[in-house]
Ligand binder design. Structure first.
Ligand code: CP3
Length: 336
């Protein structure tokens, strides 16, 4: 089992932060400035390793998450992926035929530098620290492939899900390659996996099972069969009360919760075997210190009797001051 989960099982409140490597860190900005293209940055072994380790060096967090992006999957399947400043990701036109003819070998070759960066990071990282590999969940990747940018709720049923035959075929292909990507990350040295389902909250209840629960469940089952000791954390963002059904069907080792999730519902309805992660609204990183402290204690106290990993309900905002993150780490570490 990974160090991160071992610590959570022994109630030590391990801690890492989504987007811990990123724009709020001056040392990240320095590396970022030299990189014109974001995907190439993710595929630069030395640069990716360097920024993965930056937050660990600065804050001594319990886990490093490999610096990459969920959109490397559409990229490796032949779709153009660009990141425009202040606009987020912009994807090129998608062709089902290109996706269909992509071979496993060719896909792995395109992403080999992600795996090499994991290998290199593992070598440089203290053995007591976990290294998290990740992927987008099938539904979230499907959304980006078809919508070609971050979606608005209204686009899901009008545009993304209009051609169901093609959508179902596409979902299967994406699911297959997500599995391959996760397996390669584990082989390279990732000891924990997180699946980001950033757009789970856009689905209507009647579609949760088909587009979100079942594909995720199949991936986890397949990974667990081969790598039973690698814990998998799911982050079905925006899922609300349906989180209970999600856990009953998917059975992840860890559940990362967003800030809107009702914590009491989690305490009452989610199996104690599932480690809970996160929850605190990232906006409190930019509030008064006392208020941030209060929110940190809220989550730590609520999950005192559970296996808990401290994290946020989403990524560290880019306007966060690095010293605030330091304060947060101190507060979490001094809690008992
Ligand atoms: O530190 C880490 O968390 C590891 C690296 C990581 C990145 N993206 C780097 C990144 C991880 C785990 C992701 C996941 C990711 N990427 C998700 C799931 C989590 C979520 O936010 O819901 C999603 C939806 C994406 C797609 C994506 N990548 C978007 C929407 C954006 C633009 C928005 C933004 O924050 O700029 C990105 C770009 C991106 N990915 C950045 C980073 C550090 C910023 C790029 C920059 O430096 O200019």
């Amino acid at each position: 089992m990974s160090e991160l989960f071992k610590k959570s099982l022994s109630k030590e409140n391990p801690l890492w932060l989504m987007r811990q490597a990123g724009r709020y860190l001056p040392e990240y900005q320095k590396v970022r400035k030299k990189q014109k293209n974001f995907i190439n940055f993710c595929l630069d072994v030395n640069a990716a390793t360097k920024v993965t380790l930056q937050p660990i060096q600065r804050y001594d967090l319990d886990a490093a998450i490999i610096f990459s992006d969920i959109l490397v999957i559409p990229y490796a399947l032949g779709q153009q992926v660009d990141f425009k400043k202040n606009e987020g990701p912009i994807l090129g036109d998608f062709k089902l035929s290109t996706f269909k003819k992509t071979q496993e070998k060719e896909f792995i070759k395109k992403l080999k530098n992600v795996y090499l960066a994991i290998k290199k990071t593992r070598k440089l990282l203290n053995k007591k620290k976990s290294l998290i590999g990740f992927a987008g969940s099938p539904w979230t990747i499907l959304v980006y492939v078809l919508n070609k940018k971050s979606p608005k709720k209204s686009q899901v049923y009008k545009e993304i899900l209009k051609n169901t035959k093609q959508t179902k075929e596409l979902l299967k292909i994406i699911e297959k390659f997500i599995y391959i990507h996760i397996e390669q990350q584990i082989k390279a040295g990732a000891d924990t996996i997180q699946l980001f389902d950033s757009w789970a909250g856009l689905l209507e209840k009647k579609h949760h099972d088909f587009f979100c629960f079942q594909p995720t469940k199949r991936i986890i089952k397949k990974i667990k069969k081969k790598y039973p000791r690698v814990p998998i954390i799911c982050f079905p963002k925006g899922i609300g009360k349906k989180v209970v059904d999600f856990c009953n069907v998917v059975k992840p080792d860890g559940l990362s919760i967003d800030s809107k999730i009702d914590v009491n519902l989690i305490l009452k309805k989610i199996d104690k075997k599932i480690t809970i992660q996160g929850g605190m609204d990232p906006k409190y990183l930019n509030s008064k210190k006392k208020l941030m402290e209060k929110k940190i204690y809220f989550y730590l106290n609520k999950f005192k009797s559970r296996n808990y990993i401290f994290n946020l309900g989403h990524g560290v905002p880019k306007e966060t001051s690095p010293s605030t993150v330091h304060k947060l780490v101190k507060v979490v570490r001094s809690f008992s």
